[in-house]
Write a protein that binds this ligand. Structure first.
Ligand SMILES: Nc1ncnc2c1ncn2[C@@H]1O[C@H](COP(=O)(O)OP(=O)(O)O)[C@@H](O)[C@H]1O
Ligand SMILES: O=P(O)(O)OC[C@H]1O[C@](O)(COP(=O)(O)O)[C@@H](O)[C@@H]1O
Length: 303
């Protein structure tokens, strides 16, 4: 089973405003509300690809109810721990540029954290755990490292979509997949990465430091899959980006959902990129049909 863990879920409030003016009254031209947070996005895309998963995390308040009701309506299995405060609202403001205003989220008690760790301890070598998204300020900043250590002890595959020191600290426990975008990869090594060629040596460093597989996404410039045996490059299909929120999570979902079915890294990589682009070209997340259509446009070559 694929489990996702979203420590700080959100309602993603997507807001389109024409001629936005700070300090003025602005009228929303289009708005959408979706359950969000990186792990929840992964769970939603897996469902669309016909792959079962279970969403773990902390939810609270009326916003937490919205998240649970929405996932229930999409027949996505979840086992959230209830907390007192309200799950956060993340505003995705679309004007001539895309601006994100992400909420703080509710406090999580040490008892609630212990309850989450007990759930993680119950996973087995048949399972995958996706750790994705920011860590609430009320939790230890190395919580992903603790979870990765528990998973290592139980031979559970771990996927980490995080940034900075958090990502580097999980390497000791040999994560199955890391999925930084090229900006996040550059920040890890204090360099600027703008092309796939520039990304390769740094993706290889993450493999040397312990990651089994690294996918480096470069938005419209393609993506790389790097492990100890190979470097693969995929082009991305051309299209009009409507809403890139969740695109990175879709790469994770398409990859792991495919890999757990047929253990074919190259096919899994192709499906990951197709899922990412299909989401980028959609107002919400990708549909199965879009993914399979775009998959045909993707060429994966060994570097
Ligand atoms: N301009 C684009 N054209 C086509 N696909 C895109 C574009 N931007 C993003 N994507 C798709 O979304 C995936 C993730 O995008 P990226 O911006 O690299 O990561 P993140 O969303 O994690 O920051 C890419 O690998 C690609 O499949
Ligand atoms: O666009 P991405 O990186 O795939 O993730 C989008 C998700 O991440 C969020 O922006 C939250 O990010 P953080 O968990 O890093 O705060 C959600 O609002 C959104 O659903």
């Amino acid at each position: 089973m694929i489990y996702t863990c979203t420590l700080n879920p959100s309602i993603d409030f997507i807001v389109h405003i024409n001629d936005f003016k700070m300090g003025d009254l602005n009228k929303i031209s289009k708005e959408m509300k979706y359950p969000g947070g990186k792990g929840i996005n992964v769970a939603r895309v897996l469902k669309r690809l016909g792959i079962k998963s279970k969403a773990l995390g902390f939810v609270g308040g009326f916003t937490g109810e919205f998240i649970e009701d929405y996932l229930h309506s999409e027949e996505i299995d979840f086992d959230f721990i209830k907390v007192n405060g309200d799950s956060r609202i993340n505003i995705k403001l679309k004007t001539d540029v895309e601006t994100e205003i992400n909420g703080l989220g509710p406090s999580i008690s040490s008892e609630q954290l212990s309850e989450m760790l007990e759930k993680i301890k119950s996973l087995s070598s048949e399972d995958v755990l996706v750790l994705a998204g920011s860590i609430p300020v009320s939790l230890p900043e190395d919580i992903y490292v603790k979870m990765a250590e528990i998973c290592r002890q139980n031979d559970v595959k771990v996927i980490v979509d995080a940034s900075g020191k958090t990502l580097l600290k999980t390497l000791e426990f040999k994560p199955f997949l890391l999925k930084p975008n090229h900006h996040e990869l550059g920040e890890l090594f204090d360099v600027e990465i703008t092309t796939p060629e520039e990304a390769v040596p740094y993706g290889k460093k993450l493999v040397e430091l312990g990651a089994e597989n690294v996918i480096v996404s470069l938005a419209g410039k393609g993506a790389l899959l790097i492990n100890k045996d190979m470097v693969l490059h995929a082009n991305v299909p051309s299209g009009i980006v409507e809403n890139s929120v969740g695109a990175g999570d879709s790469v994770v979902a398409g990859f792991i959902g495919t890999y757990m079915n047929d253990r074919d890294l190259k096919e899994a990589f192709k499906m990951g990129v197709a899922s990412g682009s299909a989401t980028a070209f959609s107002p919400d997340l990708c549909t199965r049909e879009q993914v399979y259509t775009l998959r045909k446009q993707i060429e994966v070559v060994e570097r």
